[in-house]
Ligand binder design. Sequence first.
Ligand SMILES: Cc1cc2nc3c(=O)[nH]c(=O)nc-3n(C[C@H](O)[C@H](O)[C@H](O)COP(=O)(O)OP(=O)(O)OC[C@H]3O[C@@H](n4cnc5c(N)ncnc54)[C@H](O)[C@@H]3O)c2cc1C
Length: 489
Amino acid sequence: MTAPSSDSEHYDLVVIGAGPAGEKGAAQAAYFGKRVCLIERAPKPGGAAVNTGTIPSKTLRETALYFSGFRHRGLYGVDLRVKQDITIADFMRREREVIETEWGLIAENIDRHRIDCVQGTARFVDAHTVEVTRYGQEPRHITADVFLVATGARPMPPVGFALQEDVVVDSESLLTIQKIPSSMIVVGGGVIGCEYACIFAALGVRVTIINERGRLLSHLDPDVSDALRQSMTARLNITVYGNAEIHSVDLGGARPQVTLGDGTLISADLVLVATGRMGSSAGLGLEKLGVRVNSRSFVQVDSNYRTTVPHIYAAGDLIGFPALASASMEQARVAVCHAFDLKYKRAVSGVLPYGVWTIPEVATVGESEESLLARGVPFETGRTSFRRNARGEILGEVDGYLKLIFHPDSQRVLGATIVGEGACELIHIGMTVIALEGTLDFFIQAAFGFPSMSDAYKYAAYDGLQQLERRRARAAKQSPAERDAAVGD
Ligand SMILES: Cc1cc2nc3c(=O)[nH]c(=O)nc-3n(C[C@H](O)[C@H](O)[C@H](O)COP(=O)(O)OP(=O)(O)OC[C@H]3O[C@@H](n4cnc5c(N)ncnc54)[C@H](O)[C@@H]3O)c2cc1C
């Protein structure tokens, strides 16, 4: 990577943080000929996506599925488990390899765009200058016309107890545990908690989830969380405590022991705390400049990702929801295009796919039933089970399903949800049709390859048409007042 030639150099753009948002924002500006400096405090780029979050968790999921033979369990009448006793070294080996490859790819991208890189921790000393400090080196000052702050987020610390190496961990310190536990408590029923619960359960670890909400993944439609919970409990033997409050955590004994509000005692070898994330804005000196930051340390931005100080932009996890690697990259590109008036990209697509890499995978795009109900928008759904799909049957993926949500008059597709193997890939078909404002007819007319999971879209669309027919038949028998009351039924 290129280093800046002098301390006092001035840049068109200084980017703080080399995660997905920082890397892509920097590359976008450099591609259009801007002089860009990228500052990263960690020894390697990639941020949470490469080092502590997305890539590690997704690689560990594949590793767990491989070693446990989980994908084919029960299909061939023999135990396809690759290894009975998996060591932590077995478990982590592939993760390390993938991360190292990712580092190489990011370094290539940065070099190709001739972006200057500085390693160190940045903070603003005035509105156009950042100071970069690094252990054992003199602080350096770098100035710019425009700044993109992309310092990401970090796990929320637990309340009422503390992290303890190898005993009570968060999603970052989990990656350095020294052995695979035989039992584990996961505090939090959100995306990160559910993903890691499934990964460890697939390895044979006895997992208990303590969720303060009633539903796992409570941001998804109830049918999705119900299907996931059913699968996680039946196929992975995960125990779930919903609406559960932690009263106390005792770390004094041989194993940590959690007492719930109702007096239930649960102990395990390892506790994973996954109770949300907060913005990494502390110490950047943003508030002093007038940049507005909320109570969870997320930076406030407008639709162009501009903070309350016009030449300082922020993107990625630092600004909060949706906190996805994909969205972070796009936000940064939009921010940079706005900052330099590049007529290239003006907004992040409103049709974002959300993938949750539980076992089974869950993916959604567009509207949910709950969001439409809340807004009083009429809708109908069409649904098909992977049990009825030949490829699903071959793969043994019979618990999953695909659901389409569409407008009953225009039949325009408004949303899609998939539970099952390949959901996080398959969802992009739904995404494309929604983004292109397509209707159910696209799926009815399309000839999908056979056998394929994608074919499920067609049968969900047929089901949608049948539901419409039933709705019309019902409406024909109803009084006008009853018809009006049936919005979204
Ligand atoms: C366990 C887990 C699983 C996830 N799975 C997925 C997934 O499957 N799909 C998905 O889309 N997203 C996933 N995410 C979220 C995804 O990782 C983030 O959305 C993404 O990394 C955010 O990118 P970012 O560039 O905004 O921030 P980050 O990736 O966090 O990068 C921020 C960078 O800024 C640096 N930095 C911070 N402060 C300073 C400073 N003062 N000076 C210099 N550098 C600084 C940090 O060292 C870091 O490298 C997951 C996250 C976690 C934790």
